[in-house]
Design a protein around this ligand. Sequence first.
Ligand code: T3D
Length: 283
Amino acid sequence: MTSGTSGTGSGRDGAAGHGSATGTTVVTTDAGGVRTVRIARPDALNALDLVTKVAFRDAVLAAAADEAVRCLVVTGTGRAFCVGQDLREHIRLQQAHDESLWRTVPEHYNPTALALATMPKPVVAAVNGVAAGAGAAFAFAADLRVVAASAGFNLAFTGIALSADSGASWWLPRLVGVAKAKELLLVPRTVGAQEALDLGLATEVVPDGDFADRVAQVAAQLAAGPTLAYGAVRRAVAYSATHDLESSLAHESTLMDLTGASADHAAAVAAFLAKAEPVFEGR
Ligand code: T3D
């Protein structure tokens, strides 16, 4: 396993970080096909200032593009996962009439949200603490949300008179239904881990003491799985959300052709018939 400490960019053996006056705010580590991207501003509850937004986006895009990465884990440091926009920086930029404020959704949040949702490999949100605003939306884009028992979600946007961004309005109704989505957006509060599990926001709740081990176990299992098929499942589910049955059947057919011709499929069928454990190469 390697970990990064500074600088921009990412690599299997290095960091995806963006140095700042206060040091590195996004750190990547690699272990056995699992890329972990960790927001590291614990004193600010991992709020997204400009430096962190850029570093996080670039780290997520790098994980998406790297074929050696077979599972991405996004997480936070300290008592929060990520509380969204850094409101201290935000007010400073507002008061300075800084135009970069208006570019942050299209330039930072949207590419990050899209890459999390569409990269051809599984994504796990390891929700170690409270996830708010854009932070919650990024967690919603993951396939699995492993949530620490002390963590929670807060759809904070309207609390500061904003609508919703980073896909929050897209994911929420799909995860919890339209009525609950509106309630959580109109009357923001911190939804605790157990309620999040009951609602379908969390896929799993883990005692805090077991959290790191469980995340590592889930991620390792996915990284050792049939990556091509996982990516195809992501595409199929996303496609079906906006298409009718007939189109979705046709799309499934295309993806079955793709995965049916894969090395992993042939090897897994042979392993099944030989009553052996399959070994997936990810292709
Ligand atoms: O440019 C654009 O287009 C805007 C894009 C916006 C995208 C967004 O993400 S909007 C949503 C921004 N986030 C929020 O509004 C969340 C605000 N925070 C909260 O509602 C609460 O802090 C939490 C529910 C997340 C956690 O509550 P709690 O009770 O555990 O902690 P706390 O006491 O409220 O906060 C602890 C500290 O963190 C506190 O600072 P202090 O008093 O200890 O010096 C608080 O100010 C700070 N903090 C929390 N959230 C943020 C933050 N500082 C800066 N930015 C934050 N987002």
